[in-house]
Ligand binder design. Sequence first.
Ligand SMILES: C[S@@+](CC[C@H](N)C(=O)[O-])C[C@H]1O[C@@H](n2cnc3c(N)ncnc32)[C@H](O)[C@@H]1O
Length: 191
Amino acid sequence: MHEYDLIADWYAAQRTGHIGVPEVTALAASLPAGAMVLDVGCGTGLPLTRVLLEHGCHVMGVDSSRELLARFQANFPHVPVVCAPIQSCELQAGSFDAAMAWGVLFHLRHEEQEQAIANIARALKPGAAFLFTSGDAHGSSDGAPMNGVPFRYHSYSIAGYRDLLRAHGLTLESTHTDPGGNVCFQSRKTG
Ligand SMILES: C[S@@+](CC[C@H](N)C(=O)[O-])C[C@H]1O[C@@H](n2cnc3c(N)ncnc32)[C@H](O)[C@@H]1O
């Protein structure tokens, strides 16, 4: 999607506060020193990639927006990035200790979410954690425009995500809704 290219400065300016920080801090704290983490839809990297880096993780960022990645690279010049849609980008199999996708999957149509989860699952080591957010009811809907740009959202139900994850060797361990209304899914590669 290229909508974020149209609102990059606006998005970067309004992505303040601590939404996602507690969950990513918990994820980072659970990882071994020097863990390799795939940050899917990394945006500008603020505030969430910074949490991973502060915990000593190595990060690879993937995002489909050139404009947001340019800001990410200005913030974190030494962190490798790939500009590509996560559902089709090439990732080395079994190479990541964890992955996160905060505020990303609900931008993808249902079949694209399945492709994304399959691609991410392949890239994880056995036992690796995958943290993501989405909704909790199956469907598609138009959200409020962001800075005048329309966005459409797509979600599975929690049971639907559980089945989808299981089909790709991941087990859903827990879910909760954060203060920003994001439904957070903690899962792990078990298959
Ligand atoms: C709501 S922003 C979240 C950014 C960041 N994770 C954060 O928490 O601030 C969604 C991000 O997902 C990216 N994105 C959307 N579709 C994507 C896709 N198919 N593959 C990779 N990134 C995507 C957007 O460009 C944007 O950076």
